[in-house]
Design a binder for this molecule. Structure first.
Ligand code: GLC
Length: 566
């Protein structure tokens, strides 16, 4: 059971084939290159790779505009290379999930070309049309500032078509049974080729009713159940990880009250409040967001992330909270995007401060869910704000000090490598960090290993433990008679805190530190007192090692002295 539900206690790593490793020197990463890097990923300890879209595409939205769902873009290799890659993953016990982008196609997809050709085309009804310009054409844009409308006129069709995203991404009419059947067929195809599931793109838009007369789109949640059922008939342990930035009150609609819809969802709600907590050193809104997203079926799981390939979307914070995050992490206009977010990478946002980076990662690994790491963040890679929109945080992986960071032997990388400043590849690269036991890379490897050893986080029930200090978040997990406890100091100043673990009897007397020898024993009143360094964090297993209870050198009042880097 534990291992069947592999996504409950895994660590996911996302990457884009095109910017990871180029084997043939044409400047574009490919499956052959990625295959060579599987031992690196295996060494990092991740359990699943999430591949961003790699299917044939004109590449106007980094592959999220697909022209053929059943192929591999020739720049990345062939279907044969893809199968070699999934085989290599299987050999190492790594799972693969891939992006499933079925809210829309590229306008170059043959379905759309056929559809626009004539009203009688079989594919006409695969898209969403209107003879006249709909009244709401100027509303609902996902990329405000860049995208001007959600309906555009197609000359050839003599009609308007709906596009929730850019105008070159016509929305599929997902209510059409033919389209629904095709979506299942796409899933079935890739499952057959060895993937363990899908990161489903833009789910709320896929299931929404679409059309010129739709004033308020209605979600057709039953579609989610149909996707899941199909998947599980074909392969029992395959999953869907939904991209759905929705309000907590609708979470259960996505998971399904009986756990019969999405297996996983990204926790956008916690993500935004986590950044607010990091910006303000106030853990209370974060604790609230954890409580708000707590209800979920036992088999469901949150995907927890810090940064992804898109902007850090702060749209669900209050204006004051959002401004606080902008001020701390993206004060300049060119760091911000779409009136709602920050487009930078994690390390530059946190000023390259190793203590803060560890704090952020430690939180991601210990909040309820399965962590999702963005490629390059394990090295503390930076961004290039000269590149447009979200591309600034999509630069190629920095492998070594060789030209173009060892990403390509060619002289024209698809996106420029970061070669200037403190995040330039001469300073930040995998080869260098591999040799340094204290590097971010080796720290990440250790924290990933430890995260996998505390399945309580993935499986257990959690509660936030009260302290009097809003700068400190204490969270306890219980699962199968085991408990673990995590403490994070969001403030740059040291804090002293006292708390009771809250378990009956002697159970919470001893906190065994999982990352250092700095254990803690409760005082006579059953309270632990900790002295936490600025941005300090602790991972404890509760009780267990009885012999430690007898050791006199462990005393709650003196513990917490050491700021041991893990
Ligand atoms: C999702 C992707 C984003 C893409 C959009 C359109 O939000 O994460 O990168 O641009 O969908 O497919």
């Amino acid at each position: 059971m534990i291992d069947d539900l592999w996504y409950k206690n895994g660590v996911i790593y996302c990457l884009s084939v095109g910017t990871y490793m180029d084997a043939n020197g044409d400047g574009v990463g490919d499956f052959k290159g990625l295959l060579r890097r599987l031992d690196y990923l295996h060494g990092l300890g991740i359990t699943a790779i999430w591949l961003m879209p790699f299917q044939p595409s004109p590449g106007r939205d980094d592959g999220y505009d697909i022209t053929d769902y059943y192929g591999v873009d020739p720049r990345y290799g062939t279907l044969g290379d893809f199968v070699e890659f999934t085989h290599g993953c299987k050999q190492r016990g790594l799972r693969v999930i891939i992006d499933l982008v079925v809210n829309h196609t590229s306008d170059q997809h043959h379905w759309f070309r056929e559809a626009r050709r004539s009203k009688d085309s079989f594919y006409r009804d695969w898209y969403v049309w209107s003879d006249k310009r709909p009244a709401n054409a100027n509303t609902g844009m996902v990329f405000p500032g860049v995208q001007k409308s959600t309906w555009s006129r197609d000359k050839e069709a003599g009609a308007w078509y709906f596009h929730r995203f850019y105008d070159f991404q016509p929305d599929l009419n997902t209510s059409n049974p033919h389209v629904q059947a095709e979506i299942l067929k796409i899933m079935g195809f890739w499952i057959q080729l060895g993937v363990s599931g899908f990161r489903m793109d833009a789910v709320p838009f896929i299931i929404a009713t679409k059309g010129a007369n739709v004033r308020k789109p209605v979600e057709q949640y039953d579609m989610l159940r149909a996707f899941r059922e199909f998947l599980q008939w074909r392969q029992g342990n395959a999953i869907i990880l939904a991209e759905a930035n929705v309000l907590p009150k609708t979470d259960m609609e996505y998971f399904g009250r009986d756990g019969d819809r999405m297996h996983m969802m990204f926790n956008f709600h916690v993500n935004q409040h986590l950044f607010y907590a990091l910006a303000s050193a106030d853990s209370r809104p974060l604790a609230k967001s954890l409580a708000a997203t707590k209800p979920r079926p036992a088999t469901a799981q949150w995907g927890l992330f810090l940064r992804n390939h898109d902007e850090l979307d702060l749209g669900r914070l209050t204006k004051a909270q959002r401004n606080a995050v902008f001020k701390a992490f993206g004060p300049d206009k060119d760091m911000q995007l779409y009136d709602r977010g920050i487009r930078r990478r994690l390390a530059p946002m946190l000023g390259g401060d190793r203590r803060r980076l560890e704090l952020a990662y430690s939180l991601m690994c210990t909040l309820p869910g399965t962590p999702v790491i963005r490629y390059g963040d394990e090295l503390g890679m930076g961004d290039n704000l000269e590149l447009p929109e979200r591309n600034c945080a999509r630069t190629p992986m920095q492998w070594s000090t060789e030209p173009h960071a060892g990403f390509t032997e060619g002289d024209r990388p698809c996106l420029p490598l970061i070669d200037k400043g403190p995040y330039g590849y001469e300073h930040v690269n995998a080869a260098k960090q591999r040799r340094d036991p204290n590097s971010m890379l080796n720290w990440t490897e250790r924290i990933v290993r430890m995260r996998k050893e505390v399945p309580e986080v993935g499986w257990g029930d959690f509660r936030v433990i009260a302290t009097r200090d809003p700068a400190v978040l204490v969270i306890r997990y219980d699962w199968r008679n085991n408990s673990v406890l995590f403490v994070h100091n969001l403030d740059e100043r040291p804090r002293e805190i006292a708390f009771a673990v809250g378990l009956p009897g002697d159970a919470g007397k001893l906190l065994v530190n999982l990352l250092s020898e700095d254990h803690s024993r409760a005082n006579k009143r059953g309270r632990h007192r900790l002295l936490l360094e600025g941005y300090g964090y602790r991972w404890y297993r509760i009780g267990g090692l009885d012999y430690l209870l007898k050791r006199s050198d462990i005393d709650s009042d003196t513990s917490g002295k050491a700021a041991q880097p893990a």
